[in-house]
Ligand binder design. Structure first.
Ligand code: NAP
Length: 299
């Protein structure tokens, strides 16, 4: 149980509702800022304004998955009131407070450092990234279905990168009956791909692979689908770039050639906010319970 733990949730989207709900269910004291337009009632939480005293007693400050922008602006899907995280808010947090987010912007990192606060960036963790790969793969396939006039079954698919996201995506496409090739750069990944029944190729040979492709999915966070690659691709091909912004595709040139190329960020939060929020909530709760156990063992 999280009895006696004070959690302040500042802004966010539908994913944060799972965090709020699950923490409140475990008896944490949950204060939320930026949820004034929330229509559903979550029992056992208090709605607060952005005031220093909200911060002063927080054991955990939960920020949206994307944290805040470089001016401290925190987005909230459930409020029209601007939420701006200021230096004085962070300075008001107790020393033991943990700041919890998906991925922090430099602004937040600096403020945490200045105030000696522990910052947890949960999307960094392997277990979370792997869990997130499932809604990401499903979201990518939903886009593929919408943007093509062919079935995934029998289509020629290439997945670039078989890290956490690429692996799950390749497996899901294979499950739907696609012919899956994967672009890799390490020999061990070639073996891993062969074991999975995918055809591996080195990304340095990408140009030779794209002649007959229907769907090209990218998970490599660097410029990989260059103008040179695009110049040899069939116009019917659809590119779905999952890598973090700015992606790994020359979108300008793709557009010039009439090839449909889409950057598709934040899919878990778009296609499966409840699942994605649950993944984040479970990670936060696990962390808090582990800390609680460690304290109990010490005392
Ligand atoms: P990951 O586990 O690190 O996988 C990245 C893959 O890219 C690895 O296989 C890596 O190969 C490969 N790679 C990196 N640089 C390469 C290069 N220069 N040449 C060839 N291969 C290269 O990362 P991930 O968790 O799968 O995430 C991949 C990207 O998707 C990230 O940008 C992440 O932010 C993004 N993402 C997007 C969404 C969304 O909703 N769109 C959701 C989750 C993640 P090695 O193993 O050899 O390094």
């Amino acid at each position: 149980m999280l009895t006696g733990v004070r959690i302040v949730v500042l802004g966010g989207d539908a994913r944060q509702l799972e965090v709020i709900r699950k923490c409140a269910e475990l008896d944490a004291t949950v204060s939320v800022v930026g949820f004034d337009q929330l229509e559903q009632v979550i029992p056992g939480i208090e709605h607060r304004e952005l005031e220093d005293d909200v911060f002063a007693s927080a054991d955990v400050l939960v920020l949206p998955v994307v944290s805040c922008d470089d001016q401290g602006k925190v987005s909230s899907s459930f409020s029209d009131t601007a939420i701006v995280l200021k230096k004085e808010h962070m300075a008001a947090l107790p020393e033991h407070c943990t700041v919890f987010t998906g991925m922090a912007k430099p602004f937040l990192r600096e403020l945490c450092q200045e105030n000696g606060l522990r910052l947890i960036e949960v999307l960094d963790r392997d277990d979370i990234a792997l869990c997130n790969s499932i809604p990401t793969a499903e979201g990518a396939i939903a886009i593929a279905i919408k943007e093509t006039d062919i079935t995934i079954h029998g289509s020629e698919c290439i997945v670039l990168g078989i890290g956490r996201t690429g692996f799950t995506l390749a497996k899901t496409l294979q499950g739907l009956g696609a012919n899956v090739r994967v672009g890799i750069r390490r020999n061990e990944d070639a073996v891993r791909a062969a074991i999975m029944g995918w055809k591996p190729f080195m990304t340095t040979d990408l140009a030779a692979q794209t002649g007959e492709v229907d769907l090209l999915f990218n998970t490599i966070p660097t410029m990989i689908i260059t103008a040179q690659i695009l110049s040899r691709m069939p116009q019917k091909a659809v590119i779905i770039d999952l890598a973090s912004a700015p992606g790994g595709c020359d979108f300008r040139y793709a557009d010039k050639r009439g090839i449909k190329a889409l950057l598709a960020p934040g899919l878990p939060g778009i296609v499966a906010p409840k699942t994605a929020g649950g993944i984040i909530a479970d990670a936060l709760i696990r962390l808090l319970l582990e800390e609680q156990n460690a304290r109990e063992v010490k005392s």
